[in-house]
Structures are given as C-alpha cells and as structure tokens.
Design a binder for this molecule. Sequence first.
Ligand code: ACO
Length: 428
Amino acid sequence: MSNTAQITVDGNTYDLPLTEGSEQEKAIDIGAFRAQSGVITLDRGFKNTGSCESGITFLDGEKGILRYRGYPIEQLADDSTFLEVAHLLIYGELPGKDVLTNFESDISRHTLVNEDIKKILDGFPSNAHPMGVLSSLITAQTAFYPLSLEPNRSQEENDLSIIRLIAKMPTFAAWAFKKKMGHPVVYPSNKLNYCGNFLQMMFALPSEDYEVDPIVEKALDKLLILHADHEQNCSTSTVRIVGSSQASLWASISAGVNALWGPLHGGANQAVIEMLENIKADGGDTKKWMGKAKDKDDPFRLMGFGHRVYKNFDPRAKIIKKAADDVLDALGVVDPILDVAKGLEEEALSDQYFVDRKLYPNVDFYSGIIYRALGIPTEMFTVMFALGRLPGWIAQWKEMREKGEPIGRPRQVYTGANERDYVSLSKR
Ligand code: ACO
C-alpha cells in the first residue's frame, strides 16, 4: 500500500501521510493539512474522523466484532469478572491471580465516602435524576482529594485515584438511588464483592438481613462487562477531551457521565423501557409504532435501534438478548414487555426501512429488561451503564494522558455575520 494520500484543492495537490492500525484500518493523517493548504476538513458529528490512536478497544461495526485489548467480548462476558475486565482495560493485560486479588482488595478498602457527601446529597430535591446526582458527587470528590487536581502526578498517585473512583462509584450510584427513594443510605460492605456490595447498598433495608442473590449478582457483573468500553463514542470522547485540558480524573469522568445521560447515547436504555411500556399501554400494536418510527414527520424513533458504527449487528445485543431470557427464567420473572420487545425486533428486522438503513437492536434494547428483572428502577438504568463504562473511561483517560496528547480543540466553518459596526442601544 502507498503510504500517502493525495488531496487536490484549487489545483494544488498535497501529499498526506497514511497511517494504519493493528487491524489494518487506514487513516489519512490531516494534522498538517491546514498549515499546508489553508483548508480544514469538515465532518459533522465526527462520522468519519479518528480523534486518536488507541490500543484499548477494537470494534468492527460491519462484522459485529468487539474486543477489549484483543480479547473477544463473547469470551470475556462468559468467563471473566467485571473487576478483571476493569484491570485489563486500564492496565492492558489480564491480571495474574495475586494482582487481581490485590486490585479487588484495594477497591473494597476504598468504598466508603466522606460523611460530608451525605450533606451534599441532602441538598438535592428528592426528584433529582440519579444521573445528575452521580455526576455531581463524582466532581465533588475533587474537594475531598484536592491533590488529584495536580496534573503532573506520579503513576502511583493516579493509580490511587483510579482505585478510589472504581471503589466509590457504586456507593455514589446506590446513594443517588436512595435519595430518589427518600430512604436512608446503606453503607458499603467490604465483605461482599463488587456487584454484591452495590446490590446491598441499593436494596438492603435497615430492618432485614440482606442476602445477595447469586443469579442477580452474576447477571449484573455480565452487564457491566458488556458496557465496560466502546472506543471513541460520545461519552468517551468527552472524557478524553475534558482530560486533555489536564482536568482531573474526577472532573473528566463526571463529564463523561453527563455525556452518557442523553437518550441518543446511554439514556437510551431508560427510553427503551419507557417506549415499550407506552406501546404496551397503547394496546401493543407494534405495527403502529413501527409506522411512527418510519414517518419522517414524526419525531419518534425506535429507541434501542440503530448504531453509529454497528451496521450488521451489535455483538453486545446478541449476548444481552440471550441473558435476558436466561435471567428472567432463572428468577421466574414474567415480563410482558419482553414479548413486546421481541415482536418489535422481529418486525424491524424484516422491514425494508430498517433493512435499508442497517438498523439493528443495540446494547440498550434488552439491557433495560434485565435491569427491571433485577429490581433496578428505570431511572437508574443509565447510572448502571455509567457504572459499567467507568473502567473504559478511566483507561481512555489514562492512555490519553500517558501519551501526552494535545488539548482537544476542533475547528469550525464559520457561517455567521461578516464584520459589522456596533450600534449603541439608544440608536437601535
Ligand atoms: N428509529 C427510526 N429511524 C432511525 C433510527 C431509529 N432508532 N435510527 C436511525 N434511524 C434512521 C434515521 O432517521 C436516518 O434515516 P434517513 O437516512 O432516512 O434520514 C438513518 O436511519 C440514519 O440515522 P442517523 O441518525 O443519521 O444515524 P446516526 O449514526 O447519526 O445515529 C443513533 C445513530 C443515534 C444511535 C440512532 O440510530 C438513534 O437515534 N437510535 C435510537 C437511540 C438509541 O438507541 N441510542 C443508543 C445507541 S447505543 C449507545 O449509545 C450505547
């Protein structure tokens, strides 16, 4: 392959270097192009723009491949644990037994949060969305760990922030839920593993002993693995771009939580369940809703369908669909919404509109059904996504900082008014 690409602008041809990834994806490096030609590239929504070179996650949207550090998602979802995957993503290799044990024990020793966090929590109205509470509590940690604001910290100091963040995230998430419920918070238990601890902080009642259901714990762990990273999506790119200003890990991750919140990204899992409930309440006529989704004058979209990069199938959706059946069976839960979802999927997969646009169920289409079966309320679904995505965000932040990437600063094509003279208020 030639290692340059040519672009001709106004009769002048410029040679631009081509770069190739380890899976042979090719890219034209346009970094110096403006300096040579005075021209920028325009790519609304970054549909065809690589913002970095990354060794963390590989995905091929045409073939439905997703790998973390080279390991297929299917194998990790079957055999690994969330904390093992977190270590893999952040540090690049599968941990040995001792390393993993130390990592898990470090995390379990940092799950407690400063008591003053409860005062911050008290300041929120009870109807606050848990995603807003979560991102606020994460940013608030900068006040408790002011040294984390220092950009040039040692690897060891950054590692401590990473451990604290992974450890405290379930506490923040569960406490955001408790706030919503108006219930007293439950403190973390270091005797339990990561998911078990989260479940007891969510569901334990002061008057009763709480036993973690192993089926629920395992299902949750699998869901977190499936969400753990997804290369340069909206929230991850946000984390990298915020971190590129040398903002702290806490500030960068909090920004990622906010980016994830929207219904076109992580908020889709909540939107899917609300949509399925609406369809059911409306009599379950899936054809009518399919019609709405296809009608360009109707803003309704089939939530949980379509993906910016997967144009064949989303490998996570395949695993989750099976897991939804397994979990509901194992827990003896009958959820009529699962039938609505399956009906919609079947229709969409054979509908020309969806076939032509390569729209398939994405990770969010069935995840909400599992969360519901596990007893997790709808408003917490995107928080669950954030909990899962955390190691990926951390890995991406760490990689970006270790590579010393420049501050993220896109350009624009200005389309506003040309220069004009200011007219004072009295003359307008
Ligand atoms: N329902 C109906 N039509 C759709 C849908 C949908 N869910 N998704 C895309 N389309 C249509 C668009 O209207 C467009 O049609 P057109 O070519 O006739 O104009 C075409 O398919 C392409 O859609 P775009 O919005 O241009 O695709 P893009 O890659 O920008 O968006 C996205 C991808 C945001 C995921 C989109 O498919 C969508 O809105 N899906 C529903 C929300 C959702 O499930 N989000 C979660 C994504 S997964 C995640 O973030 C974890």
